[in-house]
Design a binder for this molecule. Sequence first.
Ligand code: PLP
Length: 428
Amino acid sequence: DSRLKELDPEMYAIIEHEKRRQAEGLELIASENFTSAAVMEAVGSCLTNKYSEGLPGKRYYGGNVYIDQSERLCQKRALEAFHLDPEVWGVNVQPLSGSPANFAVYTALLQPHDRIMGLDLPHGGHLSHGFMTPKRRVSATSVYFESMPYRLDEETGYVDYTTLERTASLFRPKLLIAGASAYPRDFEYPRMRKIADSVGAFLMMDMAHISGLVAARVVDDPFAFCDVVTTTTHKSLRGPRGGMIFFKKGMVLGVDLETAINNAVFPGLQGGPHNHTIGGLAVCLKQAATQEFKIYQQQVVANCQALAKRLLGLGYTLVSGGSDNHLVLVDLRPLGIDGARVEKVLDLASITLNKNSVPGDKSAVVPGGIRVGTPALTTRGFKEGDFVTVANFINDGVQIAIEAKGLLESPKVKDYLDYVESPAFPLK
Ligand code: PLP
């Protein structure tokens, strides 16, 4: 009795296939999770029908009495979930996702062509932190602002704070960005605060990957040191796809953060908020304040430790030698294989993870590593012993990928991938 099935069997079938893929495979992408049925119900509700430009109580459209209630509830729960005093911190829950949240912050705090420093993408940072190549300003952030990325110490795999400090003293950024997409360690917030203060910069943390871990207090707290904290809501936090911006109330470096950030989101960058997402996010944040959620996040970290330990036991090299959070970054280069080939072989076995560059990589197209995360499978009830099995499966895939590479003897990834897809591939 599905209305979708009746009206649009084609789309219904696609969704059913994706549902099965998610249920039957092993989901190891560090930025993904399975949100709850309650969140999905709110996201699929009538809240999607309403326009509500503006903030609660100050809308440009009528009929927003319940939308106001929903957004206020979401804001209140967001502050509670992250243990924030509403006198000191405020939050905007309208950003459509992580990248728009970050861009809204930049336009709120900076003038065009002001200088920023974030972690370089090949070293684990996110595109929206200002990625550019020698040839091209890839991210809009690097088009409209002047970006000087900082990097990891390639020996240790940790952020090279000493070089960051020296570079910041010369480059003098107006905004320093902590946070990453593929960094298995905590950021040293007190050190970054000191560097930001030494040059008169704002300090922002993009906690997108680890926001669930932050809410559960199983990693260090960025709020104690940062002026602004952004996040997506669909990764470790396990909510709907969206974004949030937390800001210190009051003046910071001559800017009223609350006014500047709220205006940057709307009318600066966005129009009507996605009220169905905000409703789903409110549900997610209620869940995030529970003891059950804390236990889940503790398990995410314990599972990651078990995964890291087994991979190390199997002889793998991990960037930084291990993990403090929900992901490991495996450097495959000592094995003479790359992340693209391994990702492909594991995909055929319904094990989903992603190729990832590792410090020192020569090519971004054929990166030397894979990123493996534990949030999604932990939601499915996996414990430490299960992650030992997962590590063994990954190892099997890597061995097959190496073997197949030898059989094909092609230096080109495309030839290899074609071969893996062909009937000649030993797994077929
Ligand atoms: N920030 C970080 C650290 C991320 O890892 C990501 C996405 O992976 C984003 C921001 C961007 O989020 P979105 O894909 O929702 O724009």
